[in-house]
Design a protein around this ligand. Structure first.
Ligand SMILES: C[S@@+](CC[C@H](N)C(=O)[O-])C[C@H]1O[C@@H](n2cnc3c(N)ncnc32)[C@H](O)[C@@H]1O
Length: 221
C-alpha cells in the first residue's frame, strides 16, 4: 500500500498505535475548522447532540462549552478513535455529560427522534454508504432537528485539484456543495444552507428534519 492510501485508510478507520496517534493529531489539526463550523450552528436550544465519527473527541469537548445544557453523545466505529475521545472528555464523561459508543453510522444504536442536533465533521465522505447514513440520521433526529456535515474535502472549492486527487486515490466520496445539498434534499432534509470558507477550503452544510413526514401531510382520501 502506498503512503497516501495508508494514510487515508487510517483516517477512514484509525487502527493500532498509528491510529491512536492520528486521532490525537486530528484533534489539533481539525480544531480551527471545527471552531468555524460549530460557530455557524445554532445550538442554544440543543438538549441532545450527537457527533458521528467523533474521532479523538475534540468537537465534543468544544460542544460542551457551546451547549453547556446539552447531553453530548459521540459514536465512531474505530476503538482507537473512541479511546482518544474518552481521554479527551474524561472529566465530562465522569460528570455524565458525554457518552461514547462504538457504532457505524449506518446502524445507529439510538431510538427514533433521540437528538435535536447531529454533526459529522470530516467524516461523511468516508462512509461506505452516504444515503444509508443520512437515512439513519433522519431516523434519530427529532422533527425540526438539524444535521451539519462539515470538513475540508469537497469539490469545487479552493483546493479542488488536491481534493479530486485525494478522492480518486483514497476512494473518498466527495461532492460539490450543490451536489451535497441535493443529496440532503433527496434524503428528505429541508431548508439546507451551504456555508463555505473559500480561503481556507472549508465547508459546512446544514439541513433540517421536516416537521411532518409524507404520510402525515397527505390529504385524506
Ligand atoms: C477523518 S476522522 C475525523 C474525526 C473527527 N470528526 C475530526 O474531525 O477530527 C473520521 C472518523 O470517522 C470515523 N468513521 C468513518 N466512517 C464511519 C462510519 N461508517 N461509522 C462511524 N464512524 C466512522 C473514523 O473511524 C474516524 O474516527
Amino acid at each position: 500500500m502506498n503512503p497516501l492510501h495508508w494514510l487515508i485508510s487510517q483516517c477512514r478507520r484509525p487502527r493500532g498505535l498509528a491510529g491512536w496517534l492520528l486521532a490525537r493529531g486530528m484533534n489539533r489539526a481539525h480544531a480551527p475548522m471545527t471552531d468555524w463550523a460549530l460557530s455557524l450552528i445554532s445550538m442554544q436550544d440543543s438538549r441532545t447532540v450527537l457527533d458521528i465519527g467523533c474521532g479523538g473527541g475534540g468537537a465534543l469537548l468544544k460542544l460542551s462549552e457551546l451547549a453547556p445544557q446539552a447531553e453530548l453523545h459521540g459514536i465512531d466505529y474505530s476503538p482507537q478513535s473512541l479511546g482518544v475521545a474518552a481521554r479527551t472528555n474524561r472529566r465530562l464523561m465522569e460528570q455524565g455529560r458525554v457518552f461514547l459508543r462504538e457504532a457505524d453510522v449506518s446502524d445507529l444504536p439510538y431510538d427514533d427522534g433521540r437528538f435535536d442536533l447531529i454533526v459529522a465533521i470530516n467524516s461523511h465522505y468516508l462512509w461506505p454508504d452516504l444515503e444509508a447514513g443520512l437515512g439513519e440520521i433522519m431516523r434519530v433526529l427529532q422533527p425540526r432537528g438539524s444535521v451539519a456535515l462539515a470538513g475540508g474535502e469537497y469539490f469545487g472549492g479552493k483546493h479542488d485539484t488536491r481534493n479530486r486527487k485525494l478522492a480518486s486515490n483514497g476512494r473518498m466520496n466527495c461532492q460539490t456543495l450543490p451536489e451535497l445539498r441535493d443529496i440532503l434534499s433527496e434524503a428528505g432534509y429541508s431548508g439546507t444552507v451551504i456555508h463555505e470558507e473559500w480561503n481556507k477550503g472549508w465547508f459546512c452544510v446544514v439541513g433540517h428534519k421536516p416537521v411532518f413526514d409524507v404520510e402525515e401531510t397527505a390529504p385524506p382520501t
